[in-house]
Design a binder for this molecule. Structure first.
Ligand code: PMP
Length: 333
């Protein structure tokens, strides 16, 4: 019998697929780890499972408990599905730049969603950090996972994503590329791959233009969701990362659209960003045929149908060139 007892047992063990068309001119193998095949649709299911297990073990989450977290969506989905299976309620605080469709997904899992303004300082009482702190302090039995500082985030990737990449490539992986949000993915996976390969695997971060990681002097707003920060989270271990490649919104969104139309991979903007970074890195470093570059694609494009995949939205946000470059001529008069 291979019937899972609960949906949480379906987390992880996501497949790798080789890129063909979009990696034109690159000799190395570029393989994408397709994290939208997790049951909640993103890599964040992994951290949710481990964070909740650890909180139960440590007595920070007890029967009747409520999970309160500021999250841009994916972590919420992961936490919501693991929490409901274990009988906990969930409240998520999200900035208003997060699309209505993402919020609707959280509600569909039975979570409560509180929307806060994006354009305020983290110290502002209306900020999503402040609102979630207040809720966590006042609701009885509340537990705030804090994915930015919770060591179980990187630990989940050390325990699952890292070994999966190593085993699926029979230890042939030479480079690992991932976007950096909390830094959990790259820190945990990168640390495992470096340890198991005795330092032979090169770990490359992908970062949006405007984020602190690649250019602390020029922090500004950008539209790629889930990656980049304006502060250094504790979940991010910079020492694991060998190089950081900066990718602008236009390049990230163009690659996101090409992955859907040319590779059949409907992924989110941070996946397009990571793939664009991997391809540029492979080209710039003339990586040979023997190199195997694994890129982690965190989530599905379904959450961005009204943004990156909507020509009107793209044009309104200054990406008319990207639309022209990535659209196919109509076959219908
Ligand atoms: N992409 C998306 C869409 C995400 O939601 C996240 C998580 N914030 C990331 C990338 C980055 O992953 P991490 O937090 O592990 O650095």
């Amino acid at each position: 019998m291979t019937i899972a007892n609960t949906v949480t047992q379906l987390i992880g063990n996501t497949p790798l697929v080789r890129l063909d068309h979009v990696a034109d001119g690159v000799e190395a193998t570029i393989a994408v780890k397709v994290e939208y095949l997790n049951p909640g649709g993103s890599s964040k299911d992994r951290i949710a499972a481990r964070i909740i297990d650890a909180a139960e073990r440590e007595g920070r989450l007890r029967p009747g408990g409520v999970i309160v977290e500021p999250t841009s969506g994916n972590t919420g989905v992961g936490l919501a599905l693991v929490a409901q299976q274990k009988g906990y309620r969930t409240i998520f605080v999200v900035p208003d730049k997060v699309s209505e469709s993402k919020r609707a997904v959280l509600r569909a899992y039975g979570a409560e969603v509180v929307v806060t303004p994006t354009d305020v300082e983290p110290s502002d009482p209306r900020s999503y950090y402040a609102v979630s702190d207040r809720l966590a302090a006042t609701i009885p039995g509340a537990f705030k996972p804090n994915q930015y500082s919770n060591p179980n985030g990187p630990a989940s990737h050390y325990a699952t994503t890292g070994p999966e990449v190593w085993n699926a490539t029979d230890g042939e992986v030479t480079h690992f590329v991932a976007g950096i949000g909390t830094g959990g993915t790259i820190s945990g996976t990168g640390r495992y791959l470096k340890e198991v390969s005795n330092g032979a695997v090169t770990v490359v971060g992908a970062d949006p233009e405007g984020s602190i990681y690649s250019d602390p002097e020029h922090v500004h707003g950008y539209l790629t969701e889930g990656v980049g920060e304006d502060f250094y989270p504790a979940a991010f271990d910079r020492s694991v990362v060998d190089d950081i490649v900066q990718v602008g919104d236009a390049e990230a969104f163009a690659m996101t659209r090409r992955l859907a139309t040319e590779e059949g991979l409907l992924v989110g903007g941070s996946s397009g960003m990571a793939v664009a970074a991997a391809i540029r890195y492979a080209r710039d470093h003339h990586l040979p045929q023997a190199a195997t570059v694994v890129v982690l694609a965190p989530d599905s494009g379904r959450g961005y149908l009204d943004k990156i995949f909507d020509d009107g939205w793209m044009i309104d946000h200054g990406f008319a060139d990207v639309v022209a470059e990535t659209s196919q001529p109509s076959l219908v008069d």
